[in-house]
Design a protein around this ligand. Structure first.
Ligand SMILES: Cc1cc2nc3c(=O)[nH]c(=O)nc-3n(C[C@H](O)[C@H](O)[C@H](O)COP(=O)(O)OP(=O)(O)OC[C@H]3O[C@@H](n4cnc5c(N)ncnc54)[C@H](O)[C@@H]3O)c2cc1C
Length: 428
């Protein structure tokens, strides 16, 4: 291997000590594969620094499980607050004794002879394998038109938003109606601000169905275990918005009807900004009808599964949520120069930040090219934690276990191959 600064050699460098990096560390330790987990902040940094105050997991506590570790409190059906998530992941790092170097930022990863050179602000590592566990949601994705917003408006992303009190007085336009958008619209509206919510394609989901949590259904009916072979259009599948769900102690459903009842104005997708005027698509009704239709199909699937397993008779009747109500004539324009709107919250999605990755493995949209986490064209480079990486559950906490096991199997075979070619290579 080459390079000017003296490098520490190991077998695997894991970038990131979120739950996925730790899950990989667990399996590498089981196989006695030498590794280090490099973390720019503290363990569970994303949950400490990139989430809003009131956020709770939308997955129930019983679903918070990692390899060899699971929630063991007395509220399996509750939803963790951020301090509880941080405590859970911290507890996991301690339980598996993960070799984490905190406060260390990876500044570049390059291919060199025999593997990768990983530069950090504290030193250099070289390894035949690198696992990118640096997060899929640490950069806010804003549409290009965000740059055209009048200067009088405050722009906020969910990564920076903490609480309504931090926003200037005045009305708020929330762009995006997936899990983040509906939660922030609701919270900001409850703080007394008028809220307009721009709604594009979305995935509608009730919190409970037939008396049971929707995540229970998704889990038991096999939806979350579906793998890449079960998905017709993988690119589309990887870009499906997060479900409209919230985890609250009263297990209430937060859908567009609930937001309308609360007094939030629904408009179509924000399609353009012209001379300071926001233009909304006329497709609101279509988008809502489509989401209702897809929800009906999902609930049909749950019912069929309940019948096939013989539990149907024990459940509450299959009462379906009412169709989404849409105003007869939703507003198509909103003048952002009039002073009515003070803030835009861009709940338009997230992406991964690979600004430090100097290996040519990104497509023209900046997405990692990979096959189930095995990075394309870069032997020994892996990724975990991405949406639909290998399964529908890949981006959920409990999805890390199967992905980490599969990828560690692949990585171990790769390391064995390297060792056979170069007996001097650091394999364990
Ligand atoms: C708003 C929101 C709500 C969510 N709610 C749920 C939920 O209810 N249930 C659920 O199961 N999942 C939920 N998720 C998904 C969950 O957050 C992700 O699946 C999870 O955070 C991904 O874990 P990870 O370990 O891959 O990445 P992260 O948790 O993002 O960890 C990546 C780590 O890498 C570090 N890092 C990044 N770059 C560098 C670098 N250059 N050098 C060193 N370290 C670096 C970061 O500091 C971070 O600690 C939610 C996600 C979001 C955004």
């Amino acid at each position: 291997m080459t390079g000017s600064r003296r490098a520490v050699r190991t077998t695997t460098v894991i970038v990131g000590a979120g739950h996925t990096g730790l899950a990989v560390s667990h399996f590498l330790t089981q196989r006695s594969i030498a590794h280090v987990v490099i973390e720019r902040g503290e363990v569970a940094n994303a949950w400490r620094t990139q989430r809003w105050d009131s956020l709770r997991l939308l997955t129930p506590n019983w679903q918070s499980r990692l390899p060899g570790y699971a929630y063991d409190g007395d509220q399996p059906d509750g939803f963790m607050t951020m301090p509880e998530v941080i405590g859970f992941i911290d507890g996991y790092a301690a339980a598996i004794d993960a070799p984490v170097l905190t406060g260390t930022t990876v500044t570049s990863v390059r291919q060199v002879d025999g593997g990768y050179r990983v530069e950090t602000d504290k030193g250099v590592f070289e390894a035949p394998t690198v696992m990118l566990a640096s997060g899929a949601y640490n950069r806010a994705s804003l549409p290009a038109i965000a740059t055209e917003v009048p200067e009088t408006i405050t722009n906020v992303t969910p990564l920076a938003y903490r609480r309504p009190a931090d926003l200037p007085d005045g009305a708020v336009l929330v762009v995006g109606a997936s899990a983040t958008g509906i939660q922030l619209a609701d919270e900001i509206h409850r703080s007394g601000r008028p809220v307009t919510l721009a709604v594009g394609e979305h995935v509608r989901m009730p919190r409970t169905y037939r008396g049971l949590d929707v995540m229970w259904w998704m889990d038991r009916a096999g939806v979350l275990d579906e793998g890449l072979d079960d998905i017709d259009d993988l690119i589309r599948g990887r870009n499906i918005p997060s479900p409209q769900l919230v985890g609250t102690p009263d297990r209430s459903t937060l859908d567009l009807n609930a937001l309308t009842d609360a007094g939030i104005e629904l408009v179509g997708r924000l399609s353009a900004l012209r001379d300071g005027v926001a233009l909304f698509s006329g497709s609101l009704r279509n988008k809502c009808e489509l989401a209702d239709l897809k929800l009906a199909r999902l609930l049909d699937r749950f019912d069929e599964w309940a019948l096939s397993t013989g539990i149907d008779g024990d459940l509450e009747p299959p009462n379906r949520p009412a169709p989404t109500r849409v105003a007869a004539d939703p507003r198509l324009k909103l003048d952002l120069r009039g002073g009515e709107i003070s803030t835009i919250v861009w709940a338009t999605g997230f992406s991964a930040d690979y600004s430090w990755l100097e290996v040519p493995v990104l497509d023209r949209k900046g997405r990692l090219k990979h096959d189930g986490g095995v990075v394309t064209g870069a032997p020994g480079l892996y990724a975990i934690g991405l949406n639909l990486l290998r399964r529908r559950k890949s981006s959920f906490i409990h999805g890390a276990e199967d992905d980490a096991r599969d990828l560690t199997d692949h990585l171990a075979a790769f390391v064995d191959g390297v060792a056979r070619r170069d007996p001097a290579a650091p394999v364990t």
